[in-house]
Design a protein around this ligand. Sequence first.
Ligand code: SF4
Length: 255
Amino acid sequence: MAKLTMDEINSVKGKGFLRNRGTDLFSGRIVPVGTVFTAEQLHAVAELSEKFGNGKMMATSRQSIEVPGIAFENIPAAIEFAEAHDLHFGGTGAKVRPVTACKGTTCVFGMYDTQALAKKIHETYYVGWSKVSLPHKFKISVGGCPNSCIKPSINDFGVEGNREGGKVIYKIYVGGTWGKSCRMGTPLSRKVEEEEILPILEKCMLWFRENGYAKERFGLTVDRVGFENLEAALASDDLLARKEEILAAEIKQKP
Ligand code: SF4
């Protein structure tokens, strides 16, 4: 019989611990850096599962690993053990979620190093913006070619490697989502160079923070406010110039 209060359950959800249905046990979600775990880290995950969980580990659909069966009172010790082994729980909440990437780094069809780009986005935004709240969760995916194995077009922000005139160029999708409601990401009207990807991503999130209503996914904001409005904002540096002001503001509530 479960005895924990909702406050207790929610207090650990924000740290990456999701309640196992009908119990007072939790799955701890461990987030890789740029989608890659080292062998040493996976040994430590196995040890963590034996010490604090039920000896099992599950790969999530977004390339994290969850360790189920962790008792509420063991969560602080599990976090301490993880941190000591360079592992980090997380990946929940209305903010940047763990970045996914296909294996374009090694895939014969890969046009660039997808895991390196995912790592850069992970460090700059998943970690760097970990205290930044957004109107809703924000999923980012990095794909190596138009085969789309990692489905960038159904993420809030998706990158897809393309080739034009013998050089790699990047197609960006915005506002994709899949689940209770589905929306294919809208491709930006032009393909971009590699060095443009992070500034465009940052502008998208600032625009979303300024225009989105609490609990509204990015694609719904794009549809409500207008894709043209977003593209005009991306073409200017106004959002970056107002970054501090935008990050300090409250997120709008739906009227
Ligand atoms: S999307 Fe392309 S590069 Fe990435 S895994 Fe699939 S085939 Fe390989």
